[in-house]
Design a protein around this ligand. Structure first.
Ligand code: ADP
Length: 369
């Protein structure tokens, strides 16, 4: 048999009722006031006393005009009267003396069901408003600096490529025109100069690609399978040359992502899998996807040289490479681009690896459904 619940004592006496009402009023973090319909203060809490810097005994019984600055009194009086007459609660936001107040005004009925009081709850939202304003400013600042960076990357890539082309072509000209007077060492130096210019050109192009990735919160459903297909077509030559096998054991799902960026993402990961292959076996790349809540988790696994765990974070940073360019071509931007693409779509990218055995890159993207 369930035990009978103790009856909650009702505030039988007026004193108890008053104590309860006072406790409730003071529990609120809003300045709380109870007015007569013509604007006389019947009760208030400690927050109001603090806000006005006056004692409760000095406030009770006073008219609105004695509590608030003249510029708001007429309005306040109208609102209190209107709520008492219509019985419809109202909500007003006002700014006074540089502070922001969020006010809710409710009718209060007596035991006959007649509205004879009006309750006002006034929340000081200044801190929250300030906080939001600061966040808005930061966001604007970030957007501005992103736009500047993008503009800079565009100008840099455009304008830097021109003098680079000039360096390359004059070095080539030098090599051709003075072929018979240049010795082997001079030709070697010229080769380094040309290579340097070419590498810089690739860096500039990759940097531009990195800067061009935009946030995509509105992306349409994109079939990941099609993006992979396109990426593999772009890598056809490297796949053929390395003798790689690419496995996609189950059909890949649709995700909310920009189709072009999806292609770049898969292309970067698969091309790394081919580039960082183990010397003693042809590359094997396996692409799969698994549902994880409202996301899909993709995996691009390879049987390559692997990565030591201490470098797991570093490789996603711009220009960070674990291999010199003379052993493996590259600019160190591919994984930064991949991370930016995934994160701009609201996903996450990480990896697991066993050095000498292979690496698995994981990333999540929002499911299309
Ligand atoms: P890049 O390939 O141009 O150097 P990335 O940003 O794509 O630039 O990769 C950064 C570094 O991470 C590479 O230099 C390489 O050392 C390492 N890496 C990336 N993918 C793999 C992989 N699948 N297997 C082993 N190492 C990898």
């Amino acid at each position: 048999m369930p035990e009978k619940a103790e009856p909650v004592p009702s505030p039988a006496s007026t004193a108890e009722g008053e104590a309860l009402a006072k406790a409730l009023l003071n529990a609120s973090t809003d300045a709380t006031m109870l007015f007569t319909p013509d604007g006389r203060l019947l009760a208030c809490n400690a927050v109001l006393c603090e806000r006005l810097g006056r004692m409760e005994t000095d406030l009770i019984g006073r008219d609105l005009a004695e509590l608030f600055p003249p510029e708001v009194v007429v309005d306040r009086r109208k609102v209190v009267r209107r709520v008492a007459e219509t019985g419809v609660p109202e909500h007003h936001y006002d700014i006074r003396g540089g502070r922001h107040f969020d006010n809710n005004i409710y009718p209060v009925r007596n035991s006959d069901g007649r509205i004879d009081k009006v309750a006002v709850f006034s929340r000081d939202e200044t801190e929250r408003y300030e906080y939001e304003r600061r966040i808005r400013e930061y966001v604007e600042e970030i957007q501005r600096s992103n736009a500047e960076l993008e503009q800079f990357a565009y100008v840099a890539s455009h304008d830097l490529r021109e003098p680079l082309r000039m360096v390359s072509s004059y070095v080539t000209l030098l090599e051709r025109r003075y072929a018979d007077i240049l010795d082997d060492e001079a030709r070697e130096f010229i080769g380094y100069a040309r290579e340097g210019a070419q590498r810089m050109d690739r860096l500039v192009i990759d940097l531009l690609e990195f800067a061009r990735i935009h946030r995509r919160d509105d992306a349409n459903p994109t079939p990941a399978g099609e993006a992979v297909e396109t990426a593999l077509r772009h890598l056809q030559l490297a796949i053929g040359q390395s003798g790689a096998r690419i496995e996609i054991p189950v059909p890949l799902p649709e995700v909310r992502a920009d189709p072009g960026q999806m292609v770049s993402l898969f292309q970067n990961l698969v091309s790394n899998a081919l580039k960082y292959r183990a010397p003693d076996r042809p590359p094997l790349v396996r692409i799969t996807a698994e549902r994880a809540g409202d996301m899909w988790e993709f995996q691009v696994a390879d049987n390559g040289i692997g990565i030591e765990p201490e470098y797991f974070d570093r490789i996603f940073r711009l220009f960070q490479r674990l291999h010199p360019h003379d052993s493996h071509e590259g600019t160190g931007i591919g994984l930064s681009v991949s991370k930016k693409i995934v994160e701009h779509h609201g996903g996450r990218i990480w990896l697991g690896s066993t050095p000498g055995e292979g690496t698995v890159f994981h990333f999540t993207l929002l499911a299309a459904d």
